[in-house]
Write a protein that binds this ligand. Structure first.
Ligand SMILES: [Zn+2]
Length: 344
């Protein structure tokens, strides 16, 4: 039996740490601390990638599982004369998905300020139909800082500068019915699954036949998460990242999703077969699917010159890059597949 409570604990702890791409030091510190408690070796690259390794008898052909801990977010693009902030998006998302959301502004001098992302015509009583019909483009939004600031100079005095990181409230909620609703389940749901897998391996004293690497990437949302530092004996690279349930899709919020093809083309035929076989032999609920607008860390690794079989598996995340939802069973099935594959 798998312990959902442990997965939920990891998930909540990961989600509460702001980690937009380019600002992942704190979340990596959290992962390091967890690994040290589990007595698992790890290495950190210059770029900040963390690779944890559980050695097996066979170190010639290793398996590497990746998950990314960076998320969508924003950066201060401009400080306006009225003391509001124009943002530049980090990662690809619809602006309306964060409209009205609370945020934090993280200055380089380590101060943190609160604010809200609003449109430039936020009140129906003032702007009427203009408020409704305003195009939801980044340029029509601004951050209203929760400090008494009225000019650009006031904002400078707080220490806020162009290039400061902005993180948005995740609005994390786990319902009694087992649904997890939050921003950034992509890919913290998978990161939680991987931490759980490592804990399970340790607690149950599982000795993998092949060496297993867990690759925590920190630039996935901008496309080069796993473009370096891939353990050199990797013969199978399995990106653990969200599946996409929704209109026309085969994925669900309850199964582990196995991607057969995304916008970069097909995944490795034999490795996908092995993953399907593992699910069938171990009664793991899975769904195969194709994602038309998706690129994973497996592709980033391949494009950087990795010569390895490659696959993409993960929990099904509804409304991806918006206010996301999955069910805890989808994360459990993902963890089960990783554990069963390792034990093979
Ligand atoms: Zn992702």
């Amino acid at each position: 039996m798998h312990n959902k409570k442990i997965i939920e604990k990891y998930l909540e702890e990961l989600l509460v740490i702001p980690s937009p791409t380019g600002y992942t030091k704190e979340i990596m510190e959290y992962i390091k601390k967890e690994l040290e408690q589990m007595d698992i070796d790890y290495k950190v690259s210059n770029k900040g990638i963390l690779v944890a390794t559980i050695a097996g008898a066979n170190q010639e052909k290793e398996i590497t599982f990746s998950a990314h801990v960076d998320t969508l977010g924003a950066m201060v693009k401009e400080i306006k004369a009225n003391g509001r902030l124009v943002i530049s998006q980090i990662g690809g998302y619809m602006m309306n998905s964060i409209e009205g959301e609370n945020c934090l502004i993280h200055t380089r001098s380590k101060k943190v300020y609160e604010g809200t992302l609003q449109t430039i015509k936020p009140s129906i009583h003032i702007h009427g139909n203009d408020a409704r019909e305003l195009p939801r483009d980044c340029k029509n939004y601004e951050i209203v800082i929760d400090e008494c600031v009225f000019t650009k100079e006031d904002v400078h005095k707080l220490g806020i500068e162009v290039g400061d990181i902005i993180s948005f409230d995740t609005r994390t909620k786990i319902t009694n019915s087992g649904f997890v609703k939050s921003r950034y389940l992509d890919d913290k749901a998978s990161a939680a699954a991987i931490l759980y897998v490592m804990k399970y391996i340790k607690l149950n004293n599982i000795k993998p036949n092949r060496s297993i690497n867990f690759f925590f990437s920190n630039y996935e949302e901008v496309g080069h998460g796993s473009s370096a530092f891939i353990p050199k004996n990797t013969s199978e690279f399995i990106a653990v990242d969200m599946g996409c349930p929704g209109e026309g899709q085969n994925s669900t919020e309850y199964d582990v999703c196995i991607c057969t093809k995304d916008s970069n083309g097909p995944y490795d035929y034999e490795l996908v077969n092995k993953l399907i076989g593992t699910c069938e032999q171990n009664n793991i609920n899975y769904k195969l699917d194709i994602y038309p607008n998706y690129g994973s860390d497996a592709t980033a690794a391949l494009k950087s010159g990795m010569d390895s079989k490659f696959a993409l598996i993960g929990p099904g995340v509804f409304s991806s890059h918006g206010y996301e939802r999955t069910h805890i069973t989808s994360i459990v099935e993902t963890a089960k597949l990783i554990i069963a594959y390792i034990a093979n």
